[in-house]
Write a protein that binds this ligand. Structure first.
Ligand code: SF4
Ligand code: SF4
Length: 380
């Protein structure tokens, strides 16, 4: 890759924005055009990959806003391409997510020209060592182009979920928690998995919806929406993620996916930042416990007694079953009026917290964990 090509790949554009569609639409067009130029050919199959984690309203800031996605779909139509909007939600009906997430309304009059559906079929793709062949969405692999539409959110396991992590949705359905399990509780290994998935999908452009972002205990309903008023785009998701870290006052090296992207040679240069960049003061990052520390043979013991564990707020739990269905370790048991955790089995992947539609779960410190963290200052 030439120096000029690398420079244009790693340029990150910031634009002040809000969800007022007559203003938003030309802005999204301009940001996509700036990176894609005339690369969308007539009849090209263009996959638009938003974040459709679970059923949530736009004002909860959990999903990529439907109007950002609509503008991207209109851009593809304008170029003569065939837009497919797809994701593999953590759990729950895709239809319900579209309805509650405002997608049904946003796409009302475009529906004849745009396909919205969940990923289903898979294909094995070799993403490189140590993971080898993994099953990924066939629609993502077969698309002529992928447009990655991420949400700016905190994440209690990976700190932030931005452009790179958004493509984990190309792992279909229950295979996601299985990969959590196979990557164990090593955050760096999981970050490497995410970057290798990103590399395999190779989106042409990443656009991050940071207009209404999510801070605090994201990425689900425990997070707190925060107006930041910005869209961020780049030909390189690691570059976009790096620039967003800088905007939030976070050293990019602290974001596991940025570290892994650098190690894998996907972040050769510092991003060249352009447009309405301004630092966001006091952005609340999530409380995260270390996922693994100490000698290996002691880790099951350490994990059980020292690492934050999922816990339920019984009054908020509706016994809907989403958590025990997604748990990759079979560590959640439904009883008559409440759920119970087997902390010996629980691998602390926090999928249950992420998926709970009622915000009934959270990660809580154990008493010994709190004491040891205080003594050793293991907090980040
Ligand atoms: S904790 Fe949440 S996901 Fe689990 S059963 Fe209760 S409401 Fe459903
Ligand atoms: S109980 Fe929750 S945190 Fe523990 S393994 Fe199951 S899904 Fe992961």
């Amino acid at each position: 890759m030439s120096g000029e090509q690398l420079k244009s790949m790693t340029t990150v554009y910031f634009k002040k924005a809000d969800y007022d569609y007559p203003i938003l639409k030309p802005l999204v067009f301009e940001m996509l055009e700036g990176i894609l130029g005339d690369r969308i050919r007539p009849q090209a199959r263009v996959l638009i990959k938003p974040n459709l984690l679970a059923a949530a309203k736009p004002e909860q800031a959990i999903l990529t806003h439907p109007l950002v996605v609509r503008a991207a779909a209109e851009y593809v139509l304008d170029k003569g391409g065939l837009p497919l909007i797809a994701d593999s939600p953590g759990m729950g009906s895709f239809e319900r997510i579209l309805k509650e997430g405002g997608y049904k309304d946003a796409f009302d009059r475009l529906n004849r020209h745009v396909t919205l559906k969940p990923f289903k079929a898979t294909v094995k793709v070799d993403i490189g060592e140590p993971f080898g062949q993994i099953e990924m969405s066939r629609a993502a692999i077969d698309a002529d182009m992928v447009i990655n539409l991420a949400k700016l959110k905190t994440h209690t396991q990976m700190l932030l979920t931005l452009g790179v992590k958004n493509l984990f949705g190309c792992i279909v359905g229950l295979m996601k928690p299985e990969w959590h399990l196979r990557s164990g509780i090593d955050r760096n290994l999981f970050a490497r998995l995410l970057v290798q998935i990103y590399r395999a999908i190779n989106p042409a452009v990443t656009l991050i919806d940071g207009i209404l972002a999510l801070e605090g205990q994201g990425p689900g309903k425990r997070g707190t929406p925060r107006q930041i008023g910005v869209l961020v785009s780049s030909g390189s998701a690691p570059a976009a993620d790096t620039a967003v870290c800088q905007m939030l006052g976070l050293h990019p090296h602290k974001l596991p996916t940025c570290r892994a992207a650098k190690e894998l040679g996907l972040l050769d240069a510092s991003p060249d930042i352009s447009g309405d960049f301004r630092e966001v003061p006091n952005f609340k990052l999530p409380q995260m416990g270390p996922l693994a520390f100490g000698p290996k043979r002691l880790q099951p013991y350490l994990r059980k007694h020292l690492i934050q564990r999922p816990a339920v707020e019984p009054a908020a739990c509706k016994m809907c079953g989403e958590c025990w269905n997604i748990c990759p370790a079979g560590a959640i048991t439904p009883y008559e009026e409440a759920i119970g955790f087997d902390y010996d089995r629980c691998i602390r992947c926090y999928c249950c917290i992420e998926i709970c539609p009622h915000g009934a779960l959270q990660a809580v410190e154990t008493l010994p964990g709190r004491l040891i963290r205080k003594l050793t200052k293991l907090d980040r």
